[in-house]
Design a protein around this ligand. Structure first.
Ligand SMILES: *[C@@H]1O[C@H](CO)[C@@H](O)[C@H](O)[C@H]1NC(C)=O
Ligand SMILES: *[C@@H]1O[C@H](CO)[C@@H](O)[C@H](O)[C@H]1NC(C)=O
Ligand SMILES: *[C@@H]1O[C@H](CO)[C@@H](O)[C@H](O)[C@H]1NC(C)=O
Ligand SMILES: *[C@@H]1O[C@H](CO)[C@@H](O)[C@H](O)[C@H]1NC(C)=O
Ligand SMILES: *[C@@H]1O[C@H](CO)[C@@H](O)[C@H](O)[C@H]1NC(C)=O
Ligand SMILES: *[C@@H]1O[C@H](CO)[C@@H](O)[C@H](O)[C@H]1NC(C)=O
Ligand SMILES: *[C@@H]1O[C@H](CO)[C@@H](O)[C@H](O)[C@H]1NC(C)=O
Ligand SMILES: CC(=O)N[C@H]1CO[C@H](CO)[C@@H](O)[C@@H]1O
Length: 434
């Protein structure tokens, strides 16, 4: 069985400090959805154990001559190749490598106009919205130059060996007839659903979204998880949304912190009967902290336990396609995107911008690949990996925080991504399922 080496390195780290872990989790639960910080010494030791060597910085040079032009100005045909290579074909465990280039066309700024094209219930993660909102609250105007916004939004991902077809809304609408797409997982999953809602806006007949607490009838009550050291934590239910397309197809999102099988069952109850036409896009990870070397790696242990149950007891039996979305790298600094040294803090990682992560947090995905392929095996043939890790790791500036969220408070959100990045996750998703 393949395995990431970091968790092995981590076992030699300092032992549990449960009260600190819980305090850290409480900070986490009450404010930002970000991993808790450990401290310089321990992480430095971990990196040393890994013998980390920084990867060469991938240079973005030029833009392929026949690459796709501005999207909402001139919509490309669905099969239009971005760079003249054969269309990408995804097997169960594809690792999509490639690089980002800047589309030199001045009119290019993404797939749709995020300032004016999104449904009114999409007010998060839109880095083109001049008055942006975080968790429903206006947080003031951004202080980011238009040049920066334009350059980030004009980035185009070119896979090494193939071309991605672009999602074309009217066609997607037809392809979704009789189908439902359920996005399940933590807040990183919300980006996919919100991006889709903006992209498909002119195909949507109705929709709604909001904080889970505004939908009290949906899975009421508390769900809990067992954490290391015997702690019982309450699952944070975050966000609900759904929209219906002209064709009758629909897409829903239900996001929350940790996996609990009763919550999974209660969420799915709303969609019964599930059929082989249904598509489940799912991912967890953001709430299972990685860098708590001093807390017996409770996050990692819980992740393995929870994901084992999710895959072997539930996903195995899902009648339609299941797409496991790879971990979405964060860019708080350091080779792994999480440098607790910043600010020297425990329970907070205050900084003013997002920074490249040359390596990224890969070992949770290694575990998932093994679990799906080896442990579940033939029973999981319908479960595929959405390979967005490599492409996302290369975009440290595509975060909400790089566009200003909380940056003025020295507390930039380098975990969530702007819609533009989520558009590319959906492009890969589209190429996998249709
Ligand atoms: C970080 O951890 C090391 C090793 O456990 C400890 O000696 C040091 O005091 C810690 N530093 C801070 C700032 O907490
Ligand atoms: C994907 O490819 C990258 C670049 O070659 C490599 O570093 C990474 O380990 C690969 N990931 C997997 C899961 O094979
Ligand atoms: C996007 O919409 C905004 C608001 O309506 C508008 O000011 C802007 O010019 C539009 N951008 C493009 C490229 O059409
Ligand atoms: C905006 O950014 C500039 C340059 O970093 C800075 O001088 C200015 O004070 C910022 N304005 C606000 C309102 O944050
Ligand atoms: C949205 O439209 C669909 C299809 O017409 C309908 O079944 C559903 O009840 C509508 N939902 C709302 C909230 O109006
Ligand atoms: C979306 O789902 C929630 C929960 O079932 C429901 O309350 C709401 O009416 C749905 N909205 C639409 C547009 O179907
Ligand atoms: C899931 O939540 C339910 C309801 O709170 C709880 O009874 C159950 O023990 C939880 N499952 C696990 C595995 O912790
Ligand atoms: C399978 C395959 O064709 N792999 C190629 C993908 O592209 C890289 C970079 O151009 C090549 O090195 C691989 O051989």
């Amino acid at each position: 069985m393949r395995s990431g080496s970091l968790h092995r390195a981590g076992r030699s780290m300092k032992r549990a400090d449960l009260p600190a872990a819980i305090a850290c989790l409480l900070v986490h639960l009450c404010s930002l959805e970000r991993a808790c910080a450990s401290n310089d010494t321990t992480v430095a030791a971990a990196l040393e154990a890994l013998a980390y060597v920084p990867a060469a910085n991938a240079a973005n040079t030029g833009y392929a001559a026949n690459a796709r032009p501005s999207v909402f100005a001139t919509r490309p045909s669905p099969a239009a190749a971005l760079d003249g290579q054969p269309n990408c074909v995804f097997d169960q465990m594809t690792n999509l490598t490639g690089h980002w280039v800047s589309n030199s066309s001045p009119s290019s700024s993404g797939f749709y106009n995020a300032s004016s094209g999104c449904p009114n219930y999409i007010n998060e993660f839109n880095c083109q919205n001049p008055e942006y909102f975080v968790r429903g609250q206006p947080t003031g105007s951004r202080n980011v130059s238009q040049t920066f916004i334009d350059s980030e939004n004009s980035q185009v991902f070119l896979p090494d060996n193939c071309s991605l077809r672009s999602l074309e809304p009217a066609r997607f609408n037809d392809q979704m007839a009789g189908r439902r797409m359920i996005f399940l997982g933590d807040s990183l999953m919300r980006g996919n659903w919100q991006s889709l809602a903006c992209w498909l806006a002119d195909q949507i007949v109705n929709g709604s979204a909001g904080a889970w607490e505004d939908f009290p009838k949906v899975c009421p009550g508390d769900y809990t998880v067992r954490w290391g050291g015997g702690a019982i934590l309450t699952v944070r239910k975050q966000y609900i949304g759904n929209f219906t397309l002209k064709s009758g197809g629909m897409a829903a999102v239900r996001d929350h912190s940790w996996y609990n099988e009763s919550l999974y069952d209660d969420i799915m109850a709303e969609f019964q009967p599930l059929t082989n036409m249904d598509i489940l896009v799912i991912s967890y990870g953001g709430w299972y902290e990685r860098f708590q070397w001093d807390t017996a790696q409770n996050g990692w242990l819980a992740f393995k336990d929870h994901m084992n149950h999710l895959v072997l007891d539930r996903l195995k039996r899902f009648p339609g396609q299941v797409i496991w979305k790879e971990y979405t790298p964060q860019h708080f600094g350091g080779p792994f995107g999480f440098d607790p040294g910043v600010g020297g803090l425990v329970g907070g990682n205050f900084q003013y911008g997002c920074q490249p992560a040359s390596v990224g947090e890969f070992w949770y995905d290694d575990f998932m690949r093994d679990l799906i392929l080896d442990e579940c095996g033939d029973d999981c043939k319908h479960v595929k990996i959405l390979p967005i890790f490599e492409m996302t790791r290369q975009r440290p500036n595509a975060h909400f925080g790089a566009f200003g969220d909380n940056a003025e408070k020295g507390n930039a959100d380098c975990k969530h991504y702007c819609l533009h990045m989520s558009d590319w996750w959906n492009t890969v998703l589209y190429n996998m399922i249709f």
